[in-house]
Ligand binder design. Structure first.
Ligand code: IMP
Ligand code: MG
Length: 183
């Protein structure tokens, strides 16, 4: 494999488009939760850039917490067996919870997470993802808020990594291997 630090990235979604869409999402989330306090749950690490931009544009009061999850035995594919590595600090019972993640791919991670969070008795439970790859879905999940639908290609940037690289890019792009193929 090529050195992941040196692979070129081709832009797919520009910084300006992302920022404009995040503003729209924040308006929608705020309108849907008017008069309520939101508990935004960021799924680490992929969601942190998106979450930071999103919550700063909300007009409803918000409490922020994080979870770290990992799936077993994977490379770039999710196995479906998910482990909660770091759990929330906040109880979510009777609260309005918005789970924020970077990408909904097969949906296996989110399906497991929602099942686990539902058992804790939230008042409402919604899902907001920056990117959706519906072509890859293996389970029936429809996120409540989606930034962009993307094709079945491996993407990076704006929090999303390849081997922990590229999270800092302000845009979303494809990593290109030196033979011209996608990651
Ligand atoms: P799922 O369980 O297959 O939906 O896995 C979703 C998770 O896989 C995302 O939160 C990402 O962490 C990771 N993922 C899926 N597609 C990509 C990609 O194109 N680039 C980087 N990470 C990805
Ligand atoms: Mg993730």
């Amino acid at each position: 494999m090529d050195d992941p630090n040196r692979l070129p990235v081709r832009e797919l979604i520009s910084e300006d488009r992302i920022q404009a869409r995040v503003t729209e999402l924040a308006r929608q989330v705020s309108a849907d939760h008017a008069g309520k306090e939101l508990l935004a749950v960021g799924i680490l690490k992929g969601s942190w850039v998106f979450l930071a931009d999103l919550v700063r544009q909300l007009t409803v009061p918000v409490v922020i917490d994080f979870m770290t999850v990992s799936s077993y035995g994977e490379t770039t594919e999710t196995s479906g067996v998910v482990k909660i590595v770091t759990d929330l600090k906040c109880p979510i019972e009777k609260r309005h919870v918005l789970v924020v993640d970077d990408i909904l791919d097969t949906g296996l991670t989110m399906k497991y997470l929602l099942g686990s969070l539902r058992l804790r008795g939230p008042e409402s439970l919604k899902v907001c993802v920056l990117l959706d790859k519906p072509a890859r879905r293996k389970v029936d999940i429809k996120p409540d808020y989606v930034g962009f639908e993307v094709p079945d290609r491996f993407v990076v940037g704006y929090g999303v990594d390849f081997a922990e690289r590229y999270r800092h890019l302000p845009y979303i792009g494809f990593v290109e291997e030196s033979d011209g193929s996608d990651k």
